[in-house]
Design a binder for this molecule. Structure first.
Ligand code: IPD
Ligand code: CA
Length: 266
């Protein structure tokens, strides 16, 4: 069953990825959803395609998508055995500026067992298709992937992301944590797409990623990728991650204690 859900997520993410890549060649329709949040015609077109395809192939399921605000209210009251967590384009600001770091992210979640079952993150601009299913490992374009073996922050390359809410003030801005990680690590990156950060931890390009305030569609597929690649994903305090309201710390597991020290003390 989890492999069938993985197959569906890959097929649909690939189809939606091809669509957003094609639309990137055409005139853009870019709107602001809020002060820091863009949406394009491609986000909406991909959403429509993904929802239709997922429900065709998996009728007894629910689709929670970033671009369908009505569905956000379903959190906590899912009635179907599979709830799909969908971000039609993760990294919309990158997409709008032709920065090739954006992805379609689709995950299948079992709301009754509170478990991620399968997922896919597809970046059509780099032809990178990451996928995983529960207990079956994580893959990039057909090759098994695993997290890095870097043991100390001093040698680690990290990434993070920043707020997109106007009401956030300096202490919760992630800047104090960033300063501390900059001092203690080898280097820091900011891709602008949480799903890609997580997949890069899963394949060892990055050793650690942290961010607060993510939504389930940004992180669901990527969390499973990191776990299936042998990494660790918790909240900042080291507790099990809560998909619907939490801070997120993902690492190759060796760096987890050092990162938790910074994230809980800064
Ligand atoms: C955003 C990206 C970004 C992260 C933001 C997300 P979006 O998603 O994942 O990296 O820092 O928190 O909202 O808006 O591009 O789908
Ligand atoms: Ca998005």
């Amino acid at each position: 069953m989890v492999q069938e859900l993985q197959r569906i997520s890959v097929q649909v993410a690939r189809e939606a990825g091809a669509l957003i890549r094609e639309l990137a060649q055409k005139p853009r329709y870019i709107e602001k959803k809020s002060r820091y949040d863009l949406v394009t015609d491609a986000d909406r077109a991909a959403h429509t395609l993904i929802k239709e395809r997922l429900l065709e192939q998996c009728p007894n399921s629910f689709v929670l998508s970033e671009e369908d605000p009505e569905t956000h209210r379903a959190v906590g009251t899912f009635e179907k055995p599979v709830a799909w967590m969908v971000d039609p384009i993760d990294g919309t600001t990158n997409y709008a500026r032709n920065i090739p770091l954006c992805a379609v992210s689709i995950a299948a979640y079992d709301p009754f067992a509170n478990q991620l079952l399968a997922g896919c993150v597809y970046n059509p601009f780099q032809e990178e298709c990451f996928y995983a299913s529960r207990d079956q490992g994580a893959f990039l374009n057909g090759q098994r992937i695993s997290v890095s073996s870097i043991q100390s922050l001093e040698n680690a390359v990290l990434s993070t992301g920043y707020f997109n809410h106007p009401e956030i003030t300096y202490p919760s801005s992630n800047l104090p944590e960033t300063w501390q990680f900059l001092k203690e690590s080898l280097g820091l990156r900011r891709t602008g797409a949480a799903s890609i950060d997580l997949c890069w931890v899963a394949m060892g390009r990055l050793d650690l990623y942290w961010e607060n305030g993510l939504k389930p569609w940004d992180m669901a597929a990527g969390i499973l990728l990191v776990q299936e690649a042998g990494g660790q994903v918790t909240n900042y305090a080291g507790q099990s991650i809560h998909l619907f309201q939490d801070s997120l710390l993902a690492s190759n597991r060796f760096l987890h204690p050092a990162a938790m020290r910074i994230l809980t003390q800064v």
